[in-house]
Design a protein. Structure first.
Length: 518
């Protein structure tokens, strides 16, 4: 045990030293801290208006925690979740260490990583403070609750994988129980909203979310109760939330360590999967995660010639795991966008949230993986033509994803269809702008450059190219008093112009593979 304490303390100390010896990581850290300071400073420059009901924030916290817990825990049906690194597996598992001691070490390590995952919450201080009067300490409580939720989700994923690995029948039973519980709470909440009196749907939803039954929703319910109690200074809510968290943690720990579950083998498999993914990202290689059971149907591309074959290849690849160009992340982001706009009662807030989340995911499409493979460079076609067909897949996908985000606005806000169409086009054009930024960075630096430096430059450039479109829309709305739909269309036109310009500068990115894979 003393050796593990020594290992943890020195890993933390060496990690701090390592940051100061890597300029790119140090730059990323300084930029991150500067952005947090700027957001806090900007948030405190509010107009002093009366904050809105904190019940809305409580509902948002519950939905966020529930989403994180469900999406994290469901990994247990696929490849599990590992709390260990490959170095831990190679060194600690082969040493004279007890399994319970190693499990405790893994839990402590995972708790820190879970908190790190929620650091994006600190960047929400400005609008949360001005809208709900939240202080910086309150935001820290929300961050801690996020980490606790993600941590329990990781624990449950590991437990589910330990129970179900190697048995399809157990997987089906566990899925039925897991999704059945989630569906039962969802149906109960919907019925409660329909039966609750109120003048608007928002009032009904807020009254429904306050029901004590939701406190029993796995992880999200009681952790939300504790976080809200910490923000309001209510002692009994804090005690109930923290007590339920540790009780749940104890149950997971006992099930893994006491009920004779051989988690070593499951950890090896999950660690191998995560290590392969991390290594592939570091080396700039594409990695496809194939499903466990593959149904062989039609084989081959079937059509397409020359550069056109790239677009046809992407169509074939997208048949697996997608419905109408929608994957799980697209559906989740649409739900977050709609929920955010619903609670804030602002369509522009929903558009801003949708574009904000898209910044972090636009580089995960087929085109980004194609850049890391040698085949697209070997086609005897012009680089610009190959780039066009490589990106062709994104045109219908972005329009469909944007439509799913904003068509519900027509029913929620009773707006006209032109406004909805303008929002759809604004989001799609912003996506092309972010794709252009990503391609330009690949063109300049290549895939072998520092990932921390590229990530920093990516976020900075995305912010810079977004500002002109926002300025155009604000000027038209504030000075010429044009309708919102025309202002958003003008912003979309500015975004499209910048996107096409960035794509033009990146047109020769496929001329030489050496510049992108060194």
């Amino acid at each position: 045990m003393n050796a593990l304490v020594y290992l943890v303390s020195h890993k933390l100390k060496n990690r701090v030293k390592e940051i100061f010896h890597r300029p790119a990581e140090l730059l990323l850290l300084l930029v991150g801290v500067a952005l947090v300071v700027f957001v806090i400073f900007a948030g405190n420059l509010g107009d002093g208006s009366v904050p809105r009901d904190k019940a809305e924030l409580s509902a948002i916290i519950f939905l966020l925690y529930a989403l994180v817990f469900v999406l994290t825990a469901k990994n247990g049906f696929v490849n599990g979740a590992s709390m260990f690194s490959m170095a831990d597996v190679n060194l600690l598992f082969t040493g004279p260490n007890k399994s319970k001691t190693l499990l405790s070490y893994g839990l402590f390590s995972q708790m820190g990583r879970s908190l790190m995952l929620g650091l994006f919450i600190l960047y929400q201080y400005s609008w949360v403070h001005n809208t709900y009067g939240v202080t910086l300490l309150d935001l820290v409580f929300i961050l801690i609750g996020y980490g606790m939720t993600a941590f329990l989700g990781q624990m449950l994923a590991m437990l589910l994988y330990s129970f179900t690995s190697g048995s399809d029948s157990k997987v089906r039973i566990a899925k039925g129980v897991f999704y059945g519980i989630v569906a039962a709470f969802a149906v109960y909440l919907v019925l409660l909203v329909l039966r609750t009196p109120g003048d608007t749907w928002l009032e009904r939803a807020l009254s429904a979310v306050k029901t004590p039954v939701l406190h029993f929703f796995p992880a999200a319910g009681f952790i939300r109760l504790g976080v809200v109690g910490a923000m309001d200074g209510t002692a009994w809510q804090i005690l109930v939330g923290v007590g339920c968290f540790f009780a749940c943690l104890l149950v997971y720990y006992l099930l893994i360590s006491v009920l004779d579950i051989d988690y070593y083998e499951d950890v090896l498999k999950a660690t191998e999967v995560s290590f392969s993914a991390i290594t592939a990202r570091k080396e700039g290689k594409a990695q496809e995660i194939a499903p466990r059971n593959v149904k062989v149907g039609k084989t081959g591309i079937g059509k397409g010639f020359g550069a056109c074959a790239i677009a046809e290849k992407h169509k074939v690849e997208n048949r697996r795991g997608r419905v109408l160009w929608l994957d799980l992340s697209s559906v989740v982001f649409a739900v977050v966008t709609i929920g955010f706009a619903f609670f804030t009662k602002e369509m522009i807030a929903g558009l801003a949230m949708s574009i904000y989340m898209m910044v972090m995911t636009i580089g995960t499409g087929r085109w980004a993986k194609e850049l890391l493979l040698p085949y697209v460079y070997l086609l005897p076609e012009k680089p610009a033509k190959k780039l066009f067909y490589m990106l062709k897949e994104q045109i219908p996908a972005l329009l469909v994803q944007s439509a799913v985000n904003f068509i519900p606005f027509y029913f929620i806000f009773r707006c006209d269809w032109l406004t909805v169409v303008s929002f759809i086009l604004a989001r799609a054009c912003a996506a092309w702008m972010f794709i252009g930024v990503d391609l330009l960075l690949h063109r300049w630096f290549g895939a072998g450059s520092s990932k921390a430096l590229l990530l920093t430059l990516y976020f900075v450039l995305c912010t810079v190219v977004t500002i002109p479109g926002i300025i155009v829309a604000v000027v038209l709305y504030q000075t010429l008093f044009l309708p919102l739909s025309f202002c958003v269309l003008a912003m979309a036109a500015a975004e499209l112009l910048f996107g096409l310009l960035l794509l033009f500068f990146s047109r020769n990115i496929l001329s030489a593979s050496e510049s992108n894979n060194t």
